[in-house]
Design a protein around this ligand. Structure first.
Ligand SMILES: [Zn+2]
Length: 80
């Protein structure tokens, strides 16, 4: 499997990942939003965490957001 940008995060690892990125408190304070629909995300609604332009972005559990994220990955594959 190729090592691509998408980090599929297991829920049990999410908290430690967020803490290591220094954004766990922001998530708890409802300051972080879904990259695609801009709804506020919470620890239990994050479906993916991924880097974008030197910042950390989130995808919520909305199926349309997840599909958009998959499309992004597919487009990058096409370019490569
Ligand atoms: Zn979303």
């Amino acid at each position: 499997m190729r090592d691509n940008q998408l980090k599929a995060v297991h829920p049990s690892d999410l908290k430690s990942l967020l803490k290591s990125l220094g954004i766990y408190n922001s998530v708890c304070d409802n300051k972080e939003t879904c990259f695609f629909c801009h709804n506020v995300i919470a620890e239990d609604t994050i479906s993916a965490v991924f880097p974008f332009e030197n910042s950390v972005c989130f995808c919520c559990g909305n199926p349309s957001c997840c599909n958009t994220l998959i499309d992004l990955e597919s487009e990058e594959d096409d370019c490569g």
